[in-house]
Design a protein around this ligand. Structure first.
Ligand code: C2E
Ligand code: MG
Ligand code: MG
Ligand code: MG
Length: 297
């Protein structure tokens, strides 16, 4: 239980809280202008086939280039966007930018999926899916090449509404990925109610997978659940060769992490695609991912 600290303690605590709130309000006000001021950017991190290291797709990750604060992490500003009613315009900007980029890459012949992260608020709104459907049609993109990632905790917290959204996306052909999986203790039964194509094992388990038997047991259990439900398993945050070897041995389908590639600009993705195919080397020594380019788009 919280012990009262006396007058001064409280006054200090309140001052800190007030300062934090002031900062948050300032950030919310600036975030409101961020789209118009062109301060938002997407970077893209490759997801690789665990065996061939062929790039299967990229995940779009949002960046806010703030005039004085520099790069602000999405972990910091996405919660503020949600609290201050800004997640809809920001989420729409992310979806539209990613769709535009995906269309450009398709024109270039790059064969890969594009994933975006979707917040719980967006996922529960019919309008978001309506706009996504229109966007896919406008860009003449195959929905099967597009993925929406949503965290396990958010998905399970509002399982009924989320389940409906997943089924709508499924009907469109868009893939759904359950992000940061393993932290929310979802049962196989609960997971069955949320039709998704992909499970992403949380970075925390990946970090420990080479050294901790518990982490290994969790990864094994997740892979097993995914097999039963015919879902793909992706491990995120892979940083070492030891982690990679363990994850491949345990049957993860795809890998993502700094060991292979950091999030990069769209242009850097195109440079990667232009480089010679190193996927066969990837099986032994080299870790450089490669992107399949179709002849004649
Ligand atoms: P996430 O979707 O789980 O993304 C993975 C995070 O891990 C990213 O952080 C990525 O840069 C980082 N990462 C990737 N590989 C490694 C690695 O090997 N080691 C380590 N230490 N980290 C790695 P980032 O970009 O800061 O994003 C943080 C979170 O913010 C994301 O977690 C996602 O939940 C959220 N987010 C990012 N972009 C968006 C967006 O457009 N919309 C929404 N709603 N949320 C977003
Ligand atoms: Mg994600
Ligand atoms: Mg994640
Ligand atoms: Mg995360």
């Amino acid at each position: 239980s919280v012990k009262r600290q006396g007058g001064n303690g409280h006054a200090f605590f309140d001052a800190v809280q007030e300062e934090e709130l002031r900062e948050e309000l300032t950030m919310a006000r600036e975030l409101r202008e961020s789209i118009k001021n062109r301060e938002l950017e997407l970077v893209y991190q490759p997801k690789m086939d665990a065996r061939t290291l062929q790039v299967t797709g990229v995940e779009a990750l949002l960046r806010w280039r703030h005039a004085t604060l520099g790069m602000v992490s999405p972990s910091r500003f996405i919660p503020i966007a949600e609290r201050y009613g800004l997640i809809d315009p920001i989420g729409d900007w992310v979806a539209d930018t990613a769709l535009t980029q995906a269309a450009r890459w398709r024109e270039m012949g790059l064969r890969m999926r594009v994933a975006i992260n979707v917040s719980g608020y967006q996922m529960r709104s019919d309008e978001f899916i309506d706009r996504l459907e229109k966007g896919l049609r406008r860009h003449r993109l195959r929905p099967e090449r597009f993925t929406c990632e949503i965290t396990e905790s958010v998905a399970m917290e509002h399982a009924t509404v989320t389940g409906r959204a997943f089924r709508r996306l499924g009907a469109l052909g868009v893939h759904v990925s359950i992000d940061d999986f393993g932290t929310g203790y979802s049962s196989l039964a609960a997971l069955r109610q949320l039709p998704a194509q992909e499970l992403k094992i949380d970075r925390a388990f990946v970090a420990d997978v080479a050294t901790s038997v518990e982490a290994q047991a969790i990864v094994r259990a997740v892979v097993e659940m995914a097999r039963v439900l015919q879902m793909k398993v992706v491990a995120e945050g892979v940083e070492t060769v030891a982690q990679r070897d363990q994850l491949v041995a345990m049957g993860c389908d795809e890998l993502q992490g700094y060991l292979f590639a950091k999030p990069m600009t769209a242009l850097a993705i195109e440079v990667l695609a232009a480089e010679p195919d190193t996927s066969t080397e990837g099986r032994t020594e080299g870790f450089r991912p490669s992107i399949f380019v179709e002849t004649a788009a």
